[in-house]
Every structure is written in structure tokens, then in C-alpha cells.
Design a protein around this ligand. Structure first.
Ligand code: ZN
Length: 269
């Protein structure tokens, strides 16, 4: 599943080809995604792209009179074609640009979304989202303040979009390992020092993934193939029964909030 670093990498990949360019029209071959593709997108004609932004895992294409809001769902990907290429089975949406380039959206499982909103404030999918993890709004002080009196387990809390956006299962597992915090501890048990370490660790891990993603940027220009989601170096995620790379103890796994949770009891407290 594309996580925040992949979405940010997609944004950086498509941005230079779209900003200042004009969408002549959209070709929607299959509008049945997670929600139907907005009618407004199907009727686009000669709209200049002002900016390509990201909020949580949504890509936001700013046009003169509104926003195209794209979510990659479970299996969506975007790439830039330099010339017309016959679409394949899962290529559901194309944006045909005035300079001949095409932004092509591919999504085998069709859990993605292409929505329209006149303003970002009116966009219901963006309402009630917590701060961006890489913004200054998200830091140890914020996490610590928010954590007081909360009895739920730390890991599902970190993955709650109202607390902070874009910390998916892999990143939550890895960040808690690096910050030496057991995922099942109650939120209110976080000390101020741990909250700072955890916030810094989340930023560090996401930044490193985005940097790694930078090396895949050239793939956005490939006429065949898709931008690969990058392999990350993982400490605990998916490693049940393997030896911890720090202390050699066996990595354990439990379900927390229905999500697989991996940790080392020796390294995390
Ligand atoms: Zn360990």
C-alpha cells in the first residue's frame, strides 16, 4: 500500500510535468473507484495546473477554479507518459496535457479516489485530519500534551489520523522500536522525554524513506512499468521469530487494533 513517503515521492515525480501545464481534458475509462470519479473531472477542459500539493496521503492538484484530490488507495500509481500509449486493463484515468504529456493513473484494486472540491476547506475527506508529521506543528510537546489521560495503546493511537497523519502500520512499528517504546503501553504512560524521542524518530524515518524514494523519481518518466515502491530497511516489521538486529532476542508479534504489531521485549520498554 502506498504510504506517505510513496505519495510524497509521487508528488515530486509529477509536479515538474504538471505545474504551469494545461490539462486539455481527462479521459476516464473506469469511474468506479472507491468512490465514483467526480463528474467535474470528466468535464475538465483547458485548465492550468497551479500547484501539486499533498495533505496526508492525498495528492492535491490546484487548478484555477478548484482542486483535483487523488488518493492512491491500496494499489494506485501515477506516471507521466511522454506520448500516447495504448492503455492497459488497469489504467483507469488519463489527464491529457497541452504539451502532449499524459498523467496516467493505474489501480488494479480500484480502492483509490479521484475527487473534486471547489475549495480545500469544503473538502470532507480532508476535514478533521491531524498535523503533518514533517511539519513544525508535530513535535514532542504536541504528542506529550495530547497523550495526557489517554488509556488506549500507543501504537493504534499513533496511527490515528486525528493525532498525526500518514503514520501507517510499518512506520508505527519501526518508530516505536527505534524509540524503545513497547507498542501496547497506554498512551498516558509516555514520558515527556519519550514523546520527544518518538516525534523525532517518526520524522527521521519518514524523511529517510522519502530520500530513498527520490532515487525512484526517474521511473515516473518510464513509458512502461510503474514507479516501484521502495524497499525500506526494517528492524521489526514482518520479522516475527527472527532475531532482533540490536540485541539478538526473538521478535514477537501481537494484534493491536486488528493490526500486526512487532516488537522486541528486550529493546522496548
Ligand atoms: Zn532487541
Amino acid at each position: 500500500m502506498p504510504e506517505l513517503p510513496e505519495v510524497e515521492t509521487s508528488r515530486r515525480g509529477i509536479e515538474p510535468h504538471l505545474v504551469g501545464n494545461v490539462i486539455q481534458y481527462a479521459e476516464v475509462r473506469n469511474s468506479r473507484l472507491r468512490w465514483p470519479v467526480s463528474g467535474k473531472i470528466m468535464q475538465l477542459s483547458d485548465c492550468r495546473v497551479i500547484s501539486v500539493q499533498r495533505r496526508a496521503k492525498y495528492l492535491l492538484l490546484e487548478l484555477a477554479d478548484g482542486w483535483i484530490i487523488i488518493h492512491l488507495g491500496m494499489s494506485g500509481s501515477l506516471r507521466i507518459l511522454l506520448e500516447e500509449l495504448p492503455p492497459e486493463k488497469h489504467d483507469h484515468v488519463d489527464l491529457i496535457m497541452a504539451d502532449g504529456k499524459i498523467l496516467r493513473y493505474t489501480d488494479p484494486r480500484r480502492f483509490g479516489a479521484w475527487l473534486w472540491s471547489d475549495t480545500l476547506d469544503e473538502c470532507s475527506v480532508l476535514a478533521h485530519l491531524g498535523p503533518e508529521p514533517l511539519s513544525d506543528l508535530f513535535d514532542g510537546k504536541y504528542l506529550y500534551t495530547l497523550s495526557r489521560n489517554k488509556k488506549t495503546a500507543i501504537k493504534p493511537w499513533l496511527m490515528d489520523n486525528k493525532v498525526v497523519v500518514g503514520v501507517g502500520n510499518i512506520y508505527a512499528n519501526e518508530a516505536l522500536f527505534v524509540a524503545h517504546i513497547l507498542p501496547e503501553r497506554p498512551v498516558h504512560s509516555l514520558t515527556e522525554q519519550e514523546a520527544h524521542l518518538l516525534a523525532d524518530t517518526i520524522k527521521q524515518i519518514l524523511r529517510r524513506s522519502i530520500e530513498q524514494g527520490g532515487t525512484t523519481l526517474k521511473d515516473f518518466l518510464q513509458s512502461d512499468g510503474k514507479p516501484g515502491y521502495f524497499a525500506q530497511e526494517l528492524f521489526v516489521y514482518g520479522k516475527k521469530g527472527e532475531c532482533c538486529s540490536i540485541c539478538g532476542e526473538k521478535i514477537e508479534s501481537v494484534k493491536l487494533g486488528q493490526r500486526s504489531t512487532f516488537f522486541c521485549r528486550q529493546c522496548q520498554h
